[in-house]
Design a protein around this ligand. Sequence first.
Ligand code: FAQ
Length: 331
Amino acid sequence: MPRKQHRAGYYDKKIAKRMDIQEKLHAFQQYIDAEEKIEPKDWMPEEYRTHNIRQISQHAHSEVIGMQPEGNWITRAPTLRAKKILLAKIQDEAGHGLYLYSAAETLGISRDEMIQQLHTGKAKYSSVFNYPTLNWADIGAIGWLVDGAAVTNQLSLRRTSFGPYARAMFRICNEESFHQRQGYEIMLKMAKGTKDQKEMAQDALNRWWWPALMMFGPHDNQSSRTTKGMLWKIKRAGNDELRQRFIDKTVPQSEFLGLTIPDAALSWNETTGHYDTGEINWDEFNRVVAGDGPCNRERMDHHKRVHEEGAWVRAAAAAFADKQKGMADAF
Ligand code: FAQ
């Protein structure tokens, strides 16, 4: 149904005033089922608001914490070209964090509160960023696999029901595709390079493959958020479906590189038309999500320290904004 007609029933303030909560919930669901976008000032169930704040802020934190493993290699990039590309990519990730924090702010939470939730462990960020980057091939593997997994998930989120989140996803996906390609280019160079370089590429693939698969979250039947997420179309595909989509497109890419996916159970299944795989180590996943991965403490300590060091920048920006407002009010 066209947006206007829908709004006539659901959003007309006079009609909405006469609706009880059940009628509002029903109208809200109908609106979502018609693939309409919910905007910040629209009425929404409290749980829809908090579900979005949780997911969008965790996504934002992931983008920002995700800068650390790659930032580690800016000063050691092998060529000027490689350094410029890596710098641009990491800056993109900062930008993604900013769009996402802004989208979450439209739901009535402040950026300070989100950062506090990150620092106190109330908010999560993607488990994958708690693994170390040991050599240059890791930068290739992150772009190829981590950005590859991220874009597979995020393409589906372009159709998420909360308007500001969906719109942010369009730009983010365009940039993530470039990130995936720059990572694949590094892998290609190394895999087709010297014997040592090929070994480094294989070693990086061995270490990043499983953490990349974990990015999609637990199996659907173990996922506490999927039912509501799908009902409200915040989430547009299940964790397992997206993970499978990523595996199916990435295995042929590894074959082209001449590298081996570190999964002895990996095989093509003629009947399903998909790759079968071994099981993820869910104990490891749970440990890393709970804060006990190889780099969890390092990542959080770094974020807290840099956040404190940047306090003067935030204070200066706030003072400048006040001054501008004072000048505008004077006219
Ligand atoms: N790590 O019921 P579900 C990137 C948590 S961006 C940590 O399945 P849901 C760009 C989950 O939060 C990567 N925690 O939850 C880049 C929930 O916990 P809670 C980030 C995880 O929300 C590249 C609990 O487990 N992308 O990489 C993980 O329906 C390179 C139960 O899980 C996004 O955030 C995990 N892997 O589905 C940057 C995309 N998996 O809150 C730099 C948006 C699950 O109940 C360099 N998010 N959990 O305590 C989503 O699509 C969803 O939130 C999922 C999880 C799919 C991540």
